[in-house]
Ligand binder design. Sequence first.
Ligand SMILES: [Zn+2]
Length: 454
Amino acid sequence: MAEWIIRGGSVAGPRGVEFADVAIEAGKILAVGRDLNITAERTIDASDLLVLPGIVDVHTHPVYLDDLESLPITAAHGGITTVIHFAYAKPGDGLMDTIHRFREEAEAVSILDFGLHGGLFDPAHQSHEIPLAIDVGVTSHKMFMTYAKLGWMTDDYQLMRTLDILGRVGGMGMVHAENGLATDYLEDKTNAAGEDPLDVFVATRPAILEAEAIHRAIAMAQVAGCSLYIPHMTAQLGLEVLGRARALGYRVFAETCPQYLTLTEAALREQGPLVKIGPPLRSESDRLALWQGLATGLLDTIASDHAAKAKTRDDDFFAAAFGSPQAETMLPLAYHGGVGGNRLSLKRLVQVMCENPARIFGLYPQKGVIQPGSDADLVLFDPHANVQITQAAQHSNASYTAYEGMSVCGAPVLSMQRGEILLENGEVHTDSRRGRFLRTKCGNATIADLKSRQ
Ligand SMILES: [Zn+2]
């Protein structure tokens, strides 16, 4: 006898979408099939619903308004069941101290299972700890090629050195790819000329300087023999660079985010600082190119880049922080724009939001798939629900959503993590703190492997 059986849903399994039942026992998926002849303690009727693997969001920042406790709660309301947070080691912080601190705190307060990426602000004094981080299951490490004025930028010497270390120990490099010194110059020039920062924001961070940094990072990773993951790709020009690297067989994975798939630079006029994000929102043709990139397999993942910052529409644009709350709205927006907009099949949506993130970071098949033996992490999604997105209905601590008033078709109605109900009737069960630390393992997935499953 199983603990749960979910009957009659359209199940997005590894081979595609089919009507099936899902039986769950001891936190794992026991069986998947049509009209399963299994009795269960409890039954969930999933007719008219989609049964998806829990969403694996590999790009979250739990160090702002939403922290290690509250970020997983807003994420869970959006159908996310696994997160990989960036553990930011600021200058003066040790990498391992930072990783231990994030892990201990998250184990105490997180409702979601979580992994960690290292985030190196000062690789000259932190990269030597990378082999130790790999040993404890933190195998992907990010550096900034931008934000020089903020003191966050890694120069090419330290980037090359760190990718070299990562390559030797089987880790994965990650970069925020924008040319930091060039964008700082452009910003200084426009400030000196007294131009409105809102007017020139995108022009001081043009797509070609993002594409240049992507190319530079790919080149260095290739020299180092290191695999690379590029978060938050935004532009057609970046996709062209990525396409060339893929054609050459380089091991480069790439992500985009719901904000770049949904909004364009036109939103800056309407929302000002609320949509100040880096890299910036771009043109409509870039937005459409990103959907195309997901459909063709050039882009591998959608992740949220959730970074809830305190700001209002009326703040000084130049002084306002980069970042926005994104986790809770990610699945509805991606479903609405992708499947609803006939840009992605449901199978492909599940690949880019569940399977590929789990594969790239070595969590597959424990996470990211509905098949016997996998963790019973599921989201039941109503594709017919019409929902208007409002800040009032969100659970982030941010005072706004970038999608206020937008209507989308599709909403998560129930989720489970390891066979226990997480989201139900719009509420997330937060009573038991039960997130577990997940060791990542970058190095198993290959581009060819991801492509062959499309
Ligand atoms: Zn980010």
